[in-house]
Design a protein around this ligand. Structure first.
Ligand SMILES: CC(C)(COP(=O)([O-])OP(=O)(O)OC[C@H]1O[C@@H](n2cnc3c(N)ncnc32)[C@H](O)[C@@H]1OP(=O)(O)O)[C@@H](O)C(=O)NCCC(=O)NCCSC(=O)/C=C/C[N+](C)(C)C
Length: 377
């Protein structure tokens, strides 16, 4: 027997075999996460973590055309825009609770299986990257696209991007480009690739496989994937990123990255440069510093740093700006509110960003004992 409940846009199923299944059901917004969804996921995962009858958890997202096809396009950026301008206190709760959820998933003691079919971006990465079984398909469109909205790759992005091989983390975080299954497998951002047509059968199998506890379930599920012929990730490799692009993103600062891409003169370098030219110049500098700092950090410390950064992004008083002058509010306006795709970045040019503009982002607004994420270990 299976019990099903609903909470906000999340369908919660407890299967008779002890598998908990979560389905994001907000297809009209590509399953963008609102605060209710964050809370539903957190409450359920905490309950199931402590429930000896639960052996594994699986998560998927529905699309307008079917039960898969869109995992999650990230946090609800329209809400962020409204809330920042209105001074809505729920925005701060959102940031704290979402990062705590990301940490919970990364440290979850039971198999967490993410069906990353279709769009997997921003907050969608935050609710999948910590999983033990990250499944991509030929339809996967994966990105940390935040520099496109004047933000930075948060939800643990500093942590998981900086663990990619070579300078792929810098490349993904700064350009925000969309990649598919092959790149995700090569860069350690997915564990297995499956044909999208297999997903409904796999979802049903999860509800019927029998196992004695979490470890046994994980082994049984791995056998099932092997029998299905799904492709496992091999050794991590920078490829398919062009070598000259990887090398460019290892340069000491954003200006030097631009110079190396220009000097490379290849098509791949030109594409990366074109992407950088569209992003927030200020946030490019902030993100380079974020990823490099995060490389030496534990996840919890990275999330605390990101909590500081996100506060500054939406409340940029440290830069002498109001919320309306926030780079992030402007980026969201251009992409998702007015949809003119013409953000007025400030400063407008990569070359005009100074270290004095970047440094305040890394000052914590809170003393350590009062940090909203001080409890994360
Ligand atoms: C490229 C995207 C994902 C898809 O493009 P498309 O052309 O295939 O679809 P379309 O843009 O028309 O989207 C369909 C509708 O879904 C709405 N939508 C999409 N993404 C979001 C979102 N993240 N929040 C709210 N609503 C969203 C979109 O407005 C359309 O609605 P209407 O039909 O106009 O009513 C493209 O959609 C895209 O680029 N989306 C944004 C992706 C993104 O920037 N994600 C990162 C967000 S920031 C984040 O996740 C971090 C969260 C952490 N924290 C809260 C702490 C800041």
């Amino acid at each position: 027997m299976m019990t099903t409940t609903w909470s906000a846009y999340v369908e919660i199923e407890r299967c008779a075999n002890g598998v908990g299944r979560l389905t994001l059901k907000r297809p009209q917004a590509l399953n963008a996460l609102d605060l209710g969804m964050i809370r539903a996921l957190t409450d359920t995962l905490l309950r199931w973590r402590d429930d000896a009858g639960i052996v594994a958890v699986a998560i998927r997202g529905v699309s307008k055309t079917g039960p898969f096809g869109a995992f999650c396009a990230g946090g609800d950026i329209r809400f962020f825009h409204q809330a920042a301008l209105a001074g809505d206190a729920r925005l701060e709760d959102f940031f704290t609770e979402e990062y705590a959820l990301n940490h919970l998933i990364f440290t979850y003691p039971k198999p967490y299986i993410a069906f990353m079919d279709g769009v997997v971006m921003g907050g969608g990465m935050g609710i999948s990257q910590g999983g033990r079984c990250r499944i991509v398909t030929e339809r996967t469109k994966m990105a940390m696209p935040e520099t496109n909205i004047g933000l930075f790759p948060d939800v643990g992005g500093g942590y998981f991007l900086s663990r990619c091989p070579g300078f792929v983390g810098e490349y993904l975080g700064l350009t925000g480009v969309v990649v598919g299954a092959d790149a995700a497998l090569a860069w350690g951002l997915a564990d297995v690739a499956a044909p999208a047509e297999d997903l409904p059968r796999a979802w049903e199998a999860l509800a019927t496989l029998e196992a004695e506890g979490a470890a046994d379930f994980e082994a049984t599920w791995h056998d099932w994937m092997t029998q299905a012929g799904w492709r496992r990730a091999g050794a991590r490799s920078v490829a398919p990123l062009a070598e000259e692009v990887n090398a460019a993103f290892g340069a000491k600062d954003v200006g030097a990255i631009v110079q190396r891409l220009q000097a490379a003169g290849t098509e791949a370098a030109a594409q990366a440069l074109a992407a950088l030219r569209q992003r927030s110049p200020l946030m490019l500098h902030v993100v380079l510093e974020q990823v490099r700092r995060a490389r030496a950090m534990r996840l919890a410390d990275d999330l605390r740093m990101e909590r500081d950064l996100v506060r500054h992004c939406f409340h940029p008083h440290h830069l002498g700006r109001s919320a309306a002058q926030s780079e992030t509010v402007e980026g969201i306006r251009a992409l998702a509110v007015d949809k003119d795709h013409a953000p007025r970045w400030s400063p407008a040019r990569i070359e005009d960003v100074t270290p004095a503009m970047v440094a305040p982002f890394f000052d914590s607004p809170w003393p350590a004992h009062a940090h909203p994420l001080r409890h994360l270990a």
